[in-house]
Design a protein around this ligand. Structure first.
Ligand code: UDP
Ligand code: MG
Length: 306
């Protein structure tokens, strides 16, 4: 098997046939052996019966039907676990990602790349708010993480089996695949494309799901929010110390303070600073716990002669 294409499906009955046809037509130019793995993520429409019908007509069509909606990242992960190909592509079912690009990705992989991700030059038919929040989120994430997660990309990409095997080993429950694939490394490159409008149906990504996804991205790939308490603790304590000096100065040098002000200020500042520093220390330990429960492999080897 040369190529597996993983397609998460949530209420996409108006798009599956067209996606299937366009993909088959594009891949015919490559003369390769491929499979389409559709993961039906608890669709409430006719997606499943269409997939069953397609699978009857074409043995290259496989499907996995979930018992309920588990979410896009989990659907993709299930497809990845069942992929048999030497190369694996992830593509949306709504034709926002043009299947024709798979051909370019496939060819690019021949130049010794293990990951080819598709970068959005433009995105059509998406609300201003969605584009703005996505833009801000990816820039925020890249500023607080040490991993090089490419901007303006989704999960539309092709990966080598080497990368897949590592990805399938990463046992984290909260998936953020585009970050995980960046974390794995190897030679990664991009192809640019214009993201189309959704062909039919409507988006399955509610703002609630997007928020959850963004939170997963940040907590899986950045310790900054935890470290923030430490930084604040030291900053506030520093300022508190200056204020403490000032209250003592007012009391003993200026001698124009109301009775009791100095002692109240001193204790508030002192205790406030201590509390923030303690929170920071707890944060540092939680950071270690959170790193460890991710149970990621410590490293990924490309080549060795051992
Ligand atoms: N999807 C899914 N489960 C969900 C939501 C979406 O499998 O809970 C699929 C959906 O069918 C599509 C892909 O994930 O193939 C991207 O979703 P969508 O197009 O709704 O998101 P958007 O492009 O609007 O961000
Ligand atoms: Mg879409």
């Amino acid at each position: 098997m040369d190529l597996s294409i993983v397609i998460p499906v949530f209420n996409e009955d108006s798009n599956i046939y067209l996606l299937y046809n366009r993909t088959a037509k594009a891949l015919n130019t490559l003369a390769i052996d491929y499979e389409l793995i559709f993961v039906n993520d608890g669709s409430k429409d006719n997606s499943l019966s269409i997939l069953e019908q397609l699978a009857k007509e074409d043995a290259r069509v496989k499907y996995i039907d979930f018992s309920r909606n588990f979410g896009h990242q989990i659907a993709v992960s299930a497809g990845l676990e069942h992929a048999a190909g030497n190369r694996i592509a992830i593509i949306d079912a709504d034709l926002q990602d043009p299947p024709e690009l798979l051909v370019d990705m496939y060819k690019k992989m021949d130049d010794n790349f293990q990951v080819v991700y598709a970068r959005r030059r433009s995105r059509k038919g998406e609300s201003f708010l969605k584009k703005l929040t996505a833009k801000l989120f990816y820039r925020l994430l890249s500023s607080i993480t040490n991993i090089d997660i490419p901007l303006d990309t989704g999960d539309f990409r092709m990966i080598d089996r080497k990368v897949l095997l590592v990805l399938n080993q990463m046992p984290e429950q909260e998936k953020f695949l585009r970050g995980q694939i960046s974390w794995i490394g190897f030679n990664q490159t991009s192809v640019d494309y214009d993201r189309d409008e959704r062909n039919g149906g409507k988006t399955g990504y509610t703002y609630k799901k997007m928020f959850q996804f963004a939170l997963n991205g940040i907590t899986s790939f950045s310790d900054f929010p935890l470290r923030f308490a430490s930084i604040m603790g030291f900053a506030v304590s520093g300022i508190a110390f200056l204020i403490m000096l000032y209250t003592l100065y007012s009391k003993f040098i200026l001698k124009d303070v109301i009775q009791g002000w100095t002692s109240i200020m001193l204790s508030v500042m002192f205790i406030g600073g201590i509390q923030l520093i303690c929170l920071g220390i707890i944060g540092e330990y939680i950071k270690r716990i959170s790193t460890n429960i991710k149970k990621r492999p410590l490293y990924v080897i490309n080549k060795t002669n051992i």
